[in-house]
Design a protein around this ligand. Structure first.
Ligand code: FA5
Length: 366
């Protein structure tokens, strides 16, 4: 047997004998590692005459490939055996009795997100999503906030030190409005979406947390006007708060990405220490509460997103989900939402067996 054949037979025997991943790795290092016997042989090729190299080259390369293949095969075999062994030991006994009362609960924010999706689906809205780690073009520039725009300063942005491949600054999105841009770029017009999700600002008190949730709404079509926005919000809030006497007030405001812009207030009254939505805010005993921002999509934003503003118009809104959850379910401190206290979750959480549906009343408690 030639030296090469001997080496191959030794290698294959040792690979076959390797009982686990560590032993196999030791065999790989002995033959194919930097100082391994096959690697050392490969290095001798450089010193050979061209004629010798012509016969020895393919032989040594073939040996290297055969040993590498055998190691790869053995590795798969060992991994499969390890998986089989784990599957055989990690058994779940499905016959164990269920706990007396259900453990765990759905967080009110998740519950409200499910309720939102259910109500807007009924109005023909699809759910869109976007990344929480955004670039400043989508979060600001395309929403008509140039580098030097003062509105950028209002957002208390968490920036990353890096820029992306296009030189854009990376940040934690400060609102869900960049999803408007992504949806318009991806699907063009017409459009009817909501985009619920997490957003981040350097902010903290009883009604502000550094991470909170918004739901964006966007409708783009021909002949859309402010009346459609008001009807949509009113219809949504009536379904969400499950009462008919909801009064909205649209108050002139300013957002760089909408023109005109309106802030949305709702009438409410105090019952003990709870704020209860309903009624007209100007009537005695009632007041107005702000729920979010909205307006007609600015023509410049449509252009940034590649939609012709002479052909299409639209409205957009952005509501604080945590705030509307507080109102509906009577919590008074936003920070408790994210403390992870099981007692709070037991009190305010929802049964996982109780999916919100319009027919059952979206907020039905089990
Ligand atoms: C915006 O973020 C706009 N993108 C909304 C918008 C969308 C306007 C589309 C026009 C068209 P604003 O910064 O006001 O706007 O935030 C919207 C809502 O998020 C607020 O009304 C409030 O309910 C909620 N919010 C803002 N900051 C916090 C915070 N730190 N914690 C909890 N909720 C917050």
């Amino acid at each position: 047997m030639s030296d090469l054949e001997q080496l191959k037979s030794d290698a294959l025997t040792q690979i076959e004998a390797a009982g686990d991943a560590d032993a196999l790795e030791a065999v790989r290092v002995a033959f194919l590692g930097k100082q391994g016997s096959i690697s050392v042989l490969l290095k001798t090729l450089g010193k050979m005459t061209p004629e010798e190299r012509q016969t020895q080259g393919p032989a040594i390369q073939g040996l290297r490939a055969a040993v590498a293949d055998a190691i790869a095969d053995k590795k798969t075999t060992l991994e499969n055996a390890e998986l089989d062994a784990r599957l055989a030991t990690e058994k779940l006994d499905l016959t164990l009795p269920a706990p007396d009362s259900p453990q765990g609960s759905i967080h009110p924010v998740s519950q409200v997100m499910d309720e939102l999706a259910e109500i807007f689906a009924d109005l023909g809205f699809a759910v869109a999503t976007g990344p929480e780690i955004e670039d400043d073009w989508h979060n600001f520039t395309a929403l008509n906030m140039a580098e030097t725009h003062p509105a950028r300063a209002m957002h208390d942005t968490f920036y990353f030190p890096d820029v992306d491949a296009d030189g854009r600054r990376m940040l934690l999105r400060t609102h869900t409005s960049p999803v408007q841009i992504r949806a318009m770029q991806a699907q063009g017009a017409p459009i009817r979406i909501i985009a619920p999700g997490r957003v981040y600002r350097s902010d903290s008190d009883a009604t502000h947390t550094p991470m909170f949730h918004q739901v964006e709404g966007l409708v783009i079509d021909k002949g859309i006007h402010l009346g459609h926005l008001k009807w949509t919000l009113e219809t949504f809030f009536k379904a969400f708060f499950e009462r008919e006497d909801i009064t909205l007030r649209l108050r002139p405001s300013y957002f760089p990405f909408t023109e005109p812009s309106v802030e949305v207030d709702v009438g409410y009254s105090n019952e003990g220490d709870r704020r209860v939505v309903g009624g007209h805010g100007d009537e005695p005993g009632y007041d107005w509460m702000e729920l979010g921002g909205s307006g007609m999509v600015n023509a410049r934003v449509l252009e940034f997103a590649g939609i012709d503003p002479d052909e299409y118009q639209g409205f957009a809104f952005g509501l604080g989900i945590d705030r509307i959850a507080m109102l509906k379910y009577g919590m008074n401190d936003l920070r408790a939402f994210f403390d992870g206290d099981p007692r709070w979750l037991r009190h305010y959480g929802f049964s996982p067996f109780d999916q919100p549906t319009l027919s059952a009343g979206v907020g039905a408690k089990a």
